[in-house]
Design a protein around this ligand. Structure first.
Ligand SMILES: [Zn+2]
Ligand SMILES: [Zn+2]
Length: 475
């Protein structure tokens, strides 16, 4: 069947802002999409306008995940429920629809112009879709046809097309084509690994194509490359994820936030980062903690000392320091218990307990201040302004310590730089007393607390002095 595409001029497309070329023969195959939203046009007369509006969304501010908007409507081709095919980016141009850089590089994107609740695609429309796929294959694209869900885990392209893409034999294959089989002599032939390495490591660059690949390549080889790539790329767009992870590991200073990192950190990134932390958690050292501990040497505590770090003092050092000084109405056992809570909560939050406890000692005069006594139990001047009766009381030291640690963590880590566990603690602490957005992440190191947590410009130095006294006592 000779398929005629409705051209860009015919549907009234705006010209693209830029074009990234990608030859069909460089692709592993075709990804199938639907709109989800918007839904299908009521009649074919509305199809061109529907495409223009989708193009407007994709190219508008924030479109396709780009602040200034995407370069063009995301897909290569569209098929409408009335059985017509449209040229969008067309053949030979890289798509922006598949979800990340690897899948955009490896697969064309064809969208079915319908969404949630629309009618099941007609046989005529499905035949047009099959023909568009065959045309990509004739132009050299690999044999894979994947639902968009394969790359992102989304619902796309909806229940009907998910079923259609999975049909055996595939609806886009003629009966003769399915009969052609590639003989397989070895289960893992050398060329297969060469092929996968070339696709993944060399980006399928034609100049680097390994010699000795069979012709034609069996579909299973394309399938193997696509699956390995998905495993490698589960965390999403690689470059910006790595930028984000590196920034996190370097202490996530607000002014160093990489431009490539999106405003909203996707949940998959946090999950992936947590998985990586687990993978690299040899002993109890997460890469984040190892990096920040390494970043601040083991010398004396100073203005540049990171708050997020491995403990720099032992429990015995902390106890000896506090118990050697007056500690208000608290007994020795009380003090030990309070310190125990600080050690547990600080380590769970990733903060160095030495810094947190030193701040508590400064704020409460080693637990002698009015606000630190029962029944107020305020460990760090939280909400205390100096006016009579203005401050926050805590029902238990457990609640008090969590509020202190969570609040300090909010100062130490920029918004969206925190792990889910850290976020929970921060949310809990900021529910006790809100924190201005402008103060989030101002104190990756001690000096950030001066003038913010307390008005005192020498606040950081005072905490550092206590911390160094504690460290000076033998462990
Ligand atoms: Zn999709
Ligand atoms: Zn139509």
């Amino acid at each position: 069947m000779a398929l005629r595409f409705v051209s860009r001029g015919q549907w009234g497309a705006k010209p693209p802002k830029s074009v990234t070329k990608r030859a069909p023969s460089d692709l592993l195959g075709v990804a199938v999409h639907w709109f989800g939203t918007p839904r299908a046009a009521a009649s074919h007369e509305g199809c061109a306008a529907l495409l223009r509006s989708v193009q407007g969304t994709h190219m508008g501010p924030g479109g396709l995940g780009v602040a200034s908007g995407g370069s063009d409507i995301a897909y290569n081709h569209a098929v409408c429920p009335h059985g017509k095919a449209f040229t969008l980016r067309g053949f030979g141009v890289q798509t922006g629809a598949n979800g990340d850089s690897a899948s955009n590089r490896d697969f064309a994107a064809v969208v079915f112009m319908a969404g949630t609740g629309d009618e099941t695609p007609s046989p005529e429309a499905l035949e047009t879709l099959a023909e568009v796929i065959r045309m990509w294959q004739k132009k050299g694209a690999g044999p894979l046809v994947k639902p968009h869900r394969f790359f992102t885990g989304s619902d796309c392209p909806g229940p009907d097309l998910l079923g259609w893409v999975g049909l055996k034999p595939p609806p886009w294959k003629g009966r003769k084509a399915t009969a052609a089989r590639t003989p397989v002599r070895d289960e893992t032939p050398d060329w297969l690994l060469d092929f996968i390495h070339w696709r993944l490591a060399d980006g399928g660059d034609r100049k680097l194509r390994p010699k000795g690949l069979p012709k034609p390549l069996p579909a299973s080889a394309h399938e193997a490359a696509a699956r390995v790539e998905r495993m490698v790329n589960l965390m999403g767009p690689q470059e910006s994820f790595l930028d984000w992870a590196a920034w996190r590991l370097a202490g996530q200073k607000k002014e160093e936030r990489p431009r490539s990192v999106p405003q909203q950190i996707p949940k998959v990134w946090r999950d992936a980062f947590r998985r990586l932390e687990k993978v690299f958690a040899g002993g109890s050292t997460s890469p984040a903690r190892a990096a920040s501990a390494a970043a601040t040497d083991t010398g004396p505590v100073g203005r540049q000392t990171s708050l997020v770090a491995e403990p720099r003092a032992t429990r015995a050092q902390l106890e000896r320091h506090m118990l050697a000084r007056p500690h208000g109405e608290y007994t020795e056992t009380n003090v030990r218990r309070i310190l125990g809570r600080y050690l547990t909560a600080s380590k769970a939050a990733g903060l160095d307990p030495l810094i947190v406890v030193s701040q508590m000692i400064l704020e409460t005069g080693n637990l002698t201040s009015f606000w630190s006594q029962v029944p107020r139990r305020n460990p760090a001047g939280i909400g205390v302004t100096g006016e009579p009766d203005v401050g926050i009381s805590f029902p238990s030291w457990d609640a008090a310590v969590r509020a202190h640690v969570g609040r300090l963590l909010a100062y130490a880590i920029a918004k969206d730089g925190e792990s889910p566990a850290q976020r929970e603690l921060i949310d809990e602490a900021l529910a006790v007393r809100p924190l201005s957005e402008t103060l989030r992440g101002v104190a990756p190191t001690l000096e950030g607390l001066a003038g913010t947590w307390a008005a005192d410009p020498k606040y950081d130095g005072k905490i550092a002095r206590i911390a160094n006294e504690i460290r000076a006592s033998s462990a």
